[in-house]
Design a binder for this molecule. Structure first.
Ligand SMILES: [Cu+2]
Length: 388
């Protein structure tokens, strides 16, 4: 009845692949980080085996029922009503599944991001809520219909199935309604996206440049002129990491910063680039994410509406900080590509910006021969000599 040899060899093969996963990673576990990796794979192997064990348990129960069924028939009694049995399983699955969905809402639901801290973020949250509301309603109705029908119209000796191959009206309804709903959602999204990427209205924007490289973010703030100087990758040197072009007057007052400090309720324009691979600027509390692509400057406009202090109070977490993360897996140090973003009042921002150091350091001035001292000239000559 049970094909012992085949089942046995299948289990053996699966067990082997499970252990191989574990072994492969244990071999690679030379560093502590890899140790954590091995732990993760141990977890995967454990749950895979647990799942297989559950499958075997179900198969055994099935076989026992089958034996019971055959015994009943041998005794001349009616066997198990399999149709009723399967129908009830559909119903049980419906109830367990809907409860599972409810459970994940209540337990995992509070792990979502806190209130949006930007103007467009509120719109994005609204769209998310509307989309979610519609899909949840559709989900519940379709699940009830799917499993409810399977239960109500389960196989029966008293009934013959009705053959119903096609109905144009139903086809039209379930094509047109989702098409209209999706069009409305997409149009909403389109208008929100248009305001975010509006490049014509730049007056009064605070231009901040974010450059991603493996594995850090470089920040550049414009000086008093409000303009960021142009840059060119040909000009990149040890002292001019961004390759800023000092032929332009706009470049001289540009500032470097380690923390992204933003004034409350100001229009911020992030000018985003990358120097090596594709990175992604991700500031979840502001509902902001955009790729940083080498050779293709992108930008994102937003208005922060809640200060860091305000968010700390809302979350009752005195250590809370907004963060800018990298959201593209860009290499080994990707996880560490994050900087602190702090939203402060206008006055605090003005105070902070005055303390920031210029991008044009003394070393860079020497490189560019902007300082006329004998040592500098000698240094420059040495450099030329070396280059020759
Ligand atoms: Cu990155």
């Amino acid at each position: 009845m049970i094909k012992y040899k085949r089942t046995g060899s299948l289990i053996a093969a699966l067990m082997l692949s499970g252990t191989q996963l574990v072994m492969a990673d244990t071999a690679a576990a030379a560093t502590p980080a890899a140790d954590a990796n091995a732990d993760m794979w141990m977890g995967v192997a454990y749950y895979t085996l647990l799942f297989l064990l559950a499958c075997i348990a179900v198969a055994i129960i099935g076989k026992i029922l089958k034996v019971y069924d055959l015994t009943l028939k041998l005794q001349g009694k009616k066997g198990i009503k399999w149709n009723n049995f399967m129908g009830s399983l559909y119903l049980a699955f419906l109830i367990a599944g809907l409860y599972g969905a409810y459970w994940s809402f209540t337990v995992q639901g509070n792990m979502i991001l806190p209130e949006s801290a930007s103007v467009h973020g509120v719109k994005i949250d609204e769209m998310m809520a509307i989309t979610f509301g519609i899909t949840v309603v559709v989900f519940v109705i379709t699940q009830i219909l799917l499993f409810g029908f399977a239960f109500k119209y389960k196989g029966s000796d008293d009934r013959k199935a009705y053959f119903y191959p096609h109905n144009n009206t139903i086809e039209k309804i379930w094509t047109v309604i989702p098409a209209i709903v999706l069009t409305v959602l997409v149009v909403f999204g389109f208008f929100t996206w248009k305001t975010i990427t509006n490049s014509t209205d730049v007056k009064g924007d605070i231009n901040i440049e974010v450059t991603g490289h493996q594995f850090a973010w470089e920040l550049r703030y414009p000086g008093k002129d409000g303009k960021l100087g142009p840059k060119n990758f040909h000009l990149i040197t040890a002292n001019n990491k961004l390759g800023i072009n000092y032929q332009s007057q706009d470049s001289f007052d540009d500032l470097r910063a380690d923390t992204m400090v933003l004034p409350l309720n100001a229009s911020i324009r992030l000018n985003i680039t990358a120097q090596d691979v594709i990175h992604s600027v991700f500031m979840p509390h502001f509902r902001l994410q955009l790729n940083a692509v080498p050779g293709l400057p992108t930008f994102f406009k937003f208005v922060p509406t809640i200060t860091t202090e305000g968010m700390r109070q809302r979350l009752a977490d005195p250590k809370f900080e907004y963060k800018l993360y990298c959201a593209k897996i860009c290499g080994g140090g990707h996880y560490n590509m994050q900087i602190i973003v702090r939203v402060v009042s206008q006055a605090e921002y003005q105070k902070w910006i005055l303390q920031q150091k210029p991008y044009l350091t003394d070393d860079l001035k020497k490189d560019l021969k902007l300082v006329n001292t004998s040592t500098t000239t000698a240094g420059a000559q040495n450099k030329i000599a070396l280059n020759n």
